[in-house]
Design a protein around this ligand. Structure first.
Ligand code: GAL
Length: 424
């Protein structure tokens, strides 16, 4: 080959190489550029907690643009459908909020839509930083499938302290005390119980507290294992209690969301609401102080038991930005991430080494209860039962709110357990 030809070849090689490099460079740039996080955290408290984790991420990876893909609607009532459509179309977000337990494993892991995150746990030294029970509910087939950011408590009754004082009411511990307080408040012209069930999950949420308050933790646990009879007397009594409670709620409940119901309590337009402790995050975002403007007790009859759920983030198969997604999960699972997120979110860290001093008086009490109470899983928030069962419960509650038909609801709930393959 002549010198001149050699020079042409060399030039051509250089051009191709630089084109390839350019393309790769662009791809790398693109890969670094975005991180799409999918969740339903849009209300006060929950959105603030999420932003606190974004802030940590952005400080570490300033070149990555975070795409905050939220779909409003508590408990994922709208978000889960949007997510399912995207997952089916193989268009997953880089990471998404998912409840630990059945929601994660039955909906996504068994469907082969997730990548395991066990290695992330090992690489970051997290294996002994989480309670074994939490790792267990994130595990399937020997792998861990998501990174938990918190532990929430579902069975809390929140109340307006001034409304209670003005009406001479003590925080009710039992169902009987609750009904006595509700009668007194009603007679005084105060709405006793705020409910916002424009997303029907809030009635399922109230029902799980009433089930636990009526039958206690062992029988409640048995409901999800097929050892407590859905056709039995305790479930009937729980439905009767629920029907009675629904007689004390605000008239416009069907038009309100969970946070609008919490606002009724914040404003003193209702005395109480039963909601998970994301309501604590909401109250604090509204500049109220726990133990001062609002108080809290375990929902009636549930003292000594803790209905738990955990929000986590997973790594779907086929994400666009796997490196960014992994770095996100590392922030979620870190002590720094959890101690920034949870004090605002109204939850306690899933890790065991959270800095207690950063948590307010309510959250410290939740930490103590989580360590000493009977821990049982939440139905409404994906821990106790598979999504199909949860949906059947929502459908049953939709009818129940309208007709209060105890027998029909009990039959439908018993069937849901059979359909889930748990009851015979
Ligand atoms: C729950 C979720 C909480 C909170 C709540 C209301 O399902 O676990 O973190 O977001 O919904 O949106």
């Amino acid at each position: 080959m002549s010198k001149r030809n050699l020079a042409y070849v060399a030039l051509a090689v250089l051009m191709v190489a630089s084109m390839l490099l350019g393309a790769c460079g662009k791809q790398a740039e693109k890969a670094e550029a975005k991180l799409e996080i999918f969740s339903w955290w849009t209300a006060g408290g929950e959105a603030d907690g999420l932003n606190a984790m974004y802030k940590i991420y952005s400080a570490k990876y300033p070149n990555v643009e975070i795409v905050n893909a939220t779909v409003a609607g508590g408990a994922g009532s709208n978000a889960k459908a949007v997510l399912a459509t995207r997952m089916q179309a193989n268009d997953p977000p880089d990471s998404f909020q998912v409840h630990a337990g059945h929601e994660l494993i039955d909906s996504w892991v068994k469907a082969d839509k997730m990548q395991p995150v066990t290695q992330i746990f090992k690489d970051n030294g997290w294996m002994d930083k989480y309670p074994k029970g939490v790792i267990d509910i994130l595990s399937y087939n020997g792998e861990i499938w998501s990174v938990p950011v918190n532990i929430h408590r579902s069975n809390v009754l929140w109340y307006n302290t001034k409304v209670f004082t003005d009406n001479g009411i003590q925080p009710p511990e039992t169902l009987d005390q609750f009904f006595a307080a509700a009668d007194k408040l009603k007679a005084a012209g105060v709405t006793p119980l705020a409910l916002g069930d424009n997303g029907i999950w809030t009635v399922t949420h109230l029902f799980e507290s009433v089930l636990l308050g009526t039958m206690g933790p062992e029988k409640y646990l048995g409901l999800w294992k097929g050892t407590t009879d859905w056709n039995g007397a305790e479930v009937k009594a729980a439905l009767e209690n629920l029907a009675k409670m629904l007689g004390y709620v605000n008239e416009d409940h069907a038009a309100l969301s969970w946070d609008q119901a919490a606002q009724l309590v914040a404003d003193g337009n209702a005395a109480m609401t039963v909601m998970g402790d994301w309501a604590e995050g909401y109250f604090k975002a509204a500049k109220l102080t726990p133990g001062k403007e609002f108080g809290y007790v375990p929902s009636p009859g549930t003292k000594g038991s803790f209905i738990m759920l955990s929000d986590s983030f997973g790594l779907p198969k086929g994400v666009k930005d796997p490196v960014n997604a992994t770095n996100w999960l590392i922030v979620c699972g870190s002590k720094e991430g959890q101690d920034a997120f949870n004090p605002l979110k109204g939850s306690i860290p899933a890790r065991t080494d959270g800095d207690r001093a950063l948590y307010d008086v309510y959250l410290q009490s939740a930490m103590d209860d989580f360590n000493s109470n009977a821990i049982v899983p939440s139905l409404a928030h994906g821990a106790a039962a598979a999504e199909g069962w949860v949906t059947a419960a929502h459908d049953t509650m939709t009818l129940f709110v309208a007709n209060k038909d105890v027998a029909a609801a009990q039959t439908a709930l018993a069937k849901a357990c059979v359909d889930a393959g748990v009851c015979k």
